[in-house]
Design a binder for this molecule. Structure first.
Ligand code: DGL
Length: 267
């Protein structure tokens, strides 16, 4: 079925993390109307249980797709994808693109055979990650660290608030302290908030470490699934939708505008 040209791509995250994916989508599909959804009433997902995350994500995406009729949904959040992607796909008719930790490209990049993975606490314990490790990183060493304070750091950075550099040093030190951690040369940023902090993390890890995340692959997948479709963006700019009406989120205005999100709605 040919979608309405104004039907948006819906990008969903618990907060600002999905903007790291949106940046790549904009570069490939500059004409695409986008609705960016931040479930900031549910943030952070990473410290919640699997049942809480699955219920919240399926419920919200059900209501959002019914109301806004997107042509495609991108779950731009590793935590939500690794837990709820399969069940959301079962209930929604619209095409859904998920986010999975970039273990496959990391395994191809590493020279030392030791890969670090930074994600949320919920993501790093998923069987989904075990399966990616077994399939793509057999024979390598994958060291995982859950870093909830990096989620808060990305939220603060995009609001123009100061972030203590010790947060980045702690994340690097936690991976380095694991057996073989000193040999890490590749770090998977397995939370969409973390590419927003890549410069700070690069500083903390020091030279000789490369970072990889899934955003390029997601953007390519969205372009593939929408190839040949007509696009019509609103002259008013695209919409950022929040689930929590927090006046402090006005601080996000300039960051959202950089991604073309100039309208705001509380859902
Ligand atoms: N951005 C999310 C992810 O990719 C998680 C952040 C959170 O803890 O809510 O995993």
């Amino acid at each position: 079925m040919t979608p309405n040209p104004a039907a948006p791509l819906l990008l969903f995250d618990s907060g600002v993390g999905g903007l790291s994916v949106l940046g790549k989508v904009r570069a490939l599909l500059p004409q695409a109307p986008v609705m960016y959804v931040s479930d900031n009433a549910g943030l952070p997902y990473g410290t919640k249980t699997e049942a809480q995350i699955a219920a919240r994500v399926s419920g919200l995406l059900g209501r959002l797709t019914e109301r806004f009729r997107p042509r495609l949904v991108c779950i731009a959040c590793n935590t939500a994808s690794t837990i709820a992607l399969a069940s959301v796909r079962e209930v929604l008719e619209v095409p859904i693109v998920g986010t999975v930790p970039a273990i496959k490209p990391a395994a191809a990049m590493t020279q030392t055979g030791v890969i670090g993975l930074l994600g949320t606490e919920a993501t790093i314990r998923q069987g989904y990650v075990d399966r990616l490790e077994a399939e793509f990183a057999a024979g390598k060493r994958l060291l995982r660290h859950g870093a909830p304070e990096l989620v808060a750091a990305a939220e603060a950075k995009l609001r123009g608030q100061p972030v203590d550099a010790a947060v980045f040093a702690r994340a690097a030190a936690a991976l380095r302290a694991m057996p073989d951690g000193e040999r890490i040369d590749t770090v998977v940023l397995a939370c969409t908030h973390f590419p927003l902090l890549e410069a700070e993390l690069a500083q903390a890890f020091g030279p000789g470490v490369r970072f990889v995340d899934g955003s390029d692959g997601i953007a390519r997948r969205i372009a593939f699934l929408t190839a040949g479709q007509a696009w019509e963006r609103s002259p008013q700019g695209d919409l950022a939708l929040f689930t929590n009406d927090d006046p402090a989120d006005a601080l996000l205005g300039p960051a959202l505008a950089r991604y073309g999100l100039t309208q705001r709605l509380v859902f």
